[in-house]
Ligand binder design. Structure first.
Ligand code: ZN
Length: 170
């Protein structure tokens, strides 16, 4: 092996080594963000205290306690028997946008977990037969590479022990 070949080989090895460490670093950071998020999992603002998951402002203001359709949604959703809304949209907007359009799947999973915890406390949840994710247009799904409703439905199904039925809606 010539000296030139040795140098090329060494450079290749150095690149591989740095790629390997970059990959490890991003895996570790994804892992850490699941268990110790540095940003509020509702509004995405940086957390003052690590390990708290939800900022003080969201703890106080982001949650809606069981808004039913009579109060607000009846004119919007006449075909629904009832509607459960957990967050004020202004608070979760940023998180939902990161989830849907910036592929921040962990962010979406955090929100879905919070939703599941809220639903668990409802008496009527025992009467629910299925969790049905709303399908995404195939073209939109190809572009986005995932259906956010499927991810949420998987978590709700698992956390609430309710079967997921994904092929009822077209
Ligand atoms: Zn927040």
């Amino acid at each position: 092996m010539s000296n030139e070949e040795k140098i090329i080989l060494l450079q290749k090895f150095k690149t591989m080594k740095s790629q390997f460490f970059t990959a490890i670093k991003s895996i570790l950071s994804a892992f850490r963000s699941v268990f110790f998020p540095e940003n509020c999992i509702i509004c995405s603002k940086e957390l003052e205290e690590s390990g708290t998951q939800i900022c003080e402002n969201c703890k106080e203001n982001a949650f809606i306690r069981n808004v039913h359709k009579d109060e607000y949604f009846a004119p919007l959703l006449p075909f629904c028997e009832d509607v459960f809304v957990m967050f004020h949209y202004n608070y979760v907007k940023k998180g939902i946008i990161s989830f849907k359009f910036k592929k921040q799947i962990t962010q979406g999973k955090h929100l879905a977990n919070l939703l599941a915890q809220g639903l668990k406390k409802q008496d009527w949840i025992k009467e629910i037969d299925y969790v049905i994710p709303i399908p995404l247009h195939p073209k939109a799904q190809r572009k986005r590479q995932f259906n956010q409703c499927e991810i949420i439905a998987d978590i709700l199904s698992k956390e609430l022990g309710i079967k997921k039925q994904a092929d009822n809606l077209f």
